[in-house]
Design a protein around this ligand. Structure first.
Ligand code: PXP
Length: 241
């Protein structure tokens, strides 16, 4: 059965929008664990604009479920990963100006650089997943690079607006999954997945873990708003402080 690792970057995004101390991503990580998720995922970006080094340390030290660190394959991040030793590293491309990760890693065009980075991480005994487009030849390229995991980029699947687009993207993912099974790679999936498009993937063979964040935090705002308003209504009445 596929598992769920919850990406809680979006909690940090809300915190950073105001520069406050709340909401604390580490508190969210503990709720994720209590709620029964398999793991917690965070993306420590080069500019630390959402998740900061303190969050990485606090979260990793406060949970007992698997911790996935998404990161660009930069020297700084490789050093941090070797020091922090997450359960899984998901290597992602990173552009400073993007709102979120926009495409899979180009492991063919950047093969040499990716290989050099993987060597350092593998030498340190770390497990690495490559976030790549769901294409069979990229699964082969990932296997040739010696990784244990891939993460299939589900961005286009999630953005599909017509039934034709949805079917096309679903079939791309299915073909890529078949290849991962053939190659013995563990296949994670992530990006843009939500409450309306997860079950279809969950019924396919070969998915190890869903890495989902935005839709879960977005839903939390709505399902939690009623309680949050009630709590503030009581404070406004001066009944409690
Ligand atoms: N997987 C990867 C590699 C990502 O970069 C992200 C976004 O940080 C996710 C999964 C989660 O995507 P979303 O927040 O859209 O669910």
């Amino acid at each position: 059965m596929p598992k769920l690792s919850v990406n809680i970057d979006h909690v940090a995004t809300i915190r950073e929008a105001r520069g406050t101390h709340y909401p604390e991503p580490v508190a969210a990580a503990q709720i994720v664990e209590l709620a029964g998720a398999y793991g917690v995922t965070i993306h420590r970006r080069e500019d630390q604009r959402h998740i900061k080094d303190r969050d990485v340390a606090l979260i990793q030290d406060s949970i007992s479920i698997p911790f996935t660190l998404e990161m660009a394959l930069t020297e700084e991040m490789i050093d941090i990963a070797i020091e922090r030793r997450p359960n899984l590293i998901t290597a992602v491309p990173e552009k400073r100006e993007e709102l979120t990760t926009e495409g899979g890693l180009d492991i063919v065009g950047n093969r040499k650089q990716v290989e050099a980075s993987l060597n350092k991480l593998h030498d340190a005994g770390l497990s690495v997943s490559l976030f790549i487009e769901p294409e069979p030849e990229l699964m082969q390229a990932a296997a040739d690079l010696g990784v244990s995991h891939v993460e299939l980029h589900t961005g286009l699947y999630s953005l599909a607006e017509t039934p034709e687009d949805f079917q096309r993207e679903l079939h791309r993912i299915m073909r890529a999954l078949e290849k991962t099974i053939e190659l013995g790679l563990k296949a994670n999936v992530g990006h843009g997945l939500h409450y309306g498009n997860t079950t279809t993937l969950a019924r396919l063979e070969g998915i190890d873990t869903f890495h989902t964040g935005h839709s879960i935090v977005a839903r939390a705002v709505l399902v939690g708003l009623d309680r949050a308003v009630r709590d503030m209504v009581i404070l406004c009445r001066g009944n409690l402080e």
